[in-house]
Write a protein that binds this ligand. Structure first.
Ligand code: PBG
Length: 326
């Protein structure tokens, strides 16, 4: 039955009606809060390109995580800044490394908080690439062993979920095998399965001090033009034992999220990355957009596209707004 019998505006007339027919609800339990941890004490160093985000030392990290947790955020994703970088990214798999220390502190202060750790070498290598080099190129298979060692070390420290972000082929299987062989078969992995070589990571590289010292990451991260390849990456990671798969970045890749959702039944995560955050903050600071509305609209759109889990620097403010809205 067409207009005038059908009037879709009828259900938009009041907030009560809109609420009743709303298809997508952003929830606190969807959110994962990424945090940067470094050595030292009492550190709360602002990240200029990511207003509101900071680098923390272990003590202040625990305070920040406690605040997030009090707001109802159930999970954090940790990135570490090592004391020293070297060619093999040694601190990534040092049991006394910064992430390992942070995990122990977080799990003892907030045992119920889900602590996810990023597994990658780029923050730890002096060349800034996500794997080890041979003849000036990232050597896939030589990197797998080190990534697997990092995962075992993080899991032994008590991390709840391993999140490999390096984009080496076979890393999910290598990490799964290493965890299983070390009595850690209960530890799940959330793979950055479809991770694109994106300009949206710019601010993160400042925050994590992880920009490649030469070249770029296009030899291992995905070409932004491809979506079928993303589905192959996702299916491959699931075959290798990934428990959760991720699409990253989120906003320019909502089509990839939607297609992944249609194809796989595993939990699907989306990473609302640093550059997406920076753009919103910069425009909101100038008063060009309404920061709160645009943030909630964005996060809702990521969920509507099909993500079950949203990793976002907006987590704390979104949690506050969601609570106020109730
Ligand atoms: C490490 C890693 C990156 C991000 C997450 N893990 C950067 C990169 O690949 O260059 C980006 C996160 C963000 O931009 O918020 N490989």
């Amino acid at each position: 039955m067409a207009f005038p019998v059908t009037r879709l505006r009828r259900l938009r007339r009041t907030e009560g009606l809109r609420r009743l027919v709303r298809e997508t609800r952003l929830e606190l339990s969807d959110l994962v809060y990424p945090l940067f941890v470094m050595h030292g004490q009492g550190v709360r160093r602002e990240i200029p390109s990511m207003p509101g985000q900071r680098q923390y030392s272990v003590d202040t990290l625990v305070e920040e995580a406690r605040e997030a947790s009090a707001l109802g955020i159930g999970a954090v994703l940790l990135f570490g800044l090592p004391a020293r970088k070297d060619a093999l990214g040694s601190e990534a798999y040092d049991d006394d490394g910064i992430v390992q220390r942070a995990v122990r502190a977080l799990k003892s202060a907030l045992p119920g908080l889900v602590v996810i750790t990023d597994i990658c070498l780029c923050e730890y290598t002096d060349h800034g690439h996500c794997g080890v080099l041979r003849d000036g190129e990232v050597d896939n298979d030589a990197s797998l062993e080190l990534l697997a060692r990092a995962a075992v070390s993080h899991a032994r420290a008590g991390a709840d979920v391993m999140a490999p972000s390096d984009m080496m082929d076979g890393r999910v299987a290598a990490i799964r095998r290493a965890l299983d062989e070390n009595g850690l078969s209960h530890v799940p992995s959330m793979s950055y399965a479809a991770k694109y070589a994106s300009a949206f990571y710019g601010p993160f590289r400042e925050a994590a001090e992880s920009a490649p010292q030469f070249g770029d990451r296009r030899g291992y991260q995905m070409d932004p033009a491809n979506w079928r390849e993303a589905l192959r990456e996702i299916e491959e990671d699931l075959r290798e034992g990934a428990d959760i798969v991720m699409v990253k970045p989120a906003l320019a890749y909502l089509d990839v999220i939607a297609r992944a959702r249609a194809r796989v039944d595993a939990p699907l995560a989306a990473y609302n990355v640093s550059g997406e955050y920076a753009l919103v903050k910069a425009a909101a600071e100038r008063g060009w957009v309404d920061g709160k509305r645009i943030t909630l609209e964005t996060l809702t759109a990521i969920k509507r596209a099909g993500a079950d889990i949203i990793i976002t620097y907006h987590a704390k403010e979104a949690a506050q707004w969601l609570r106020e809205g109730e």
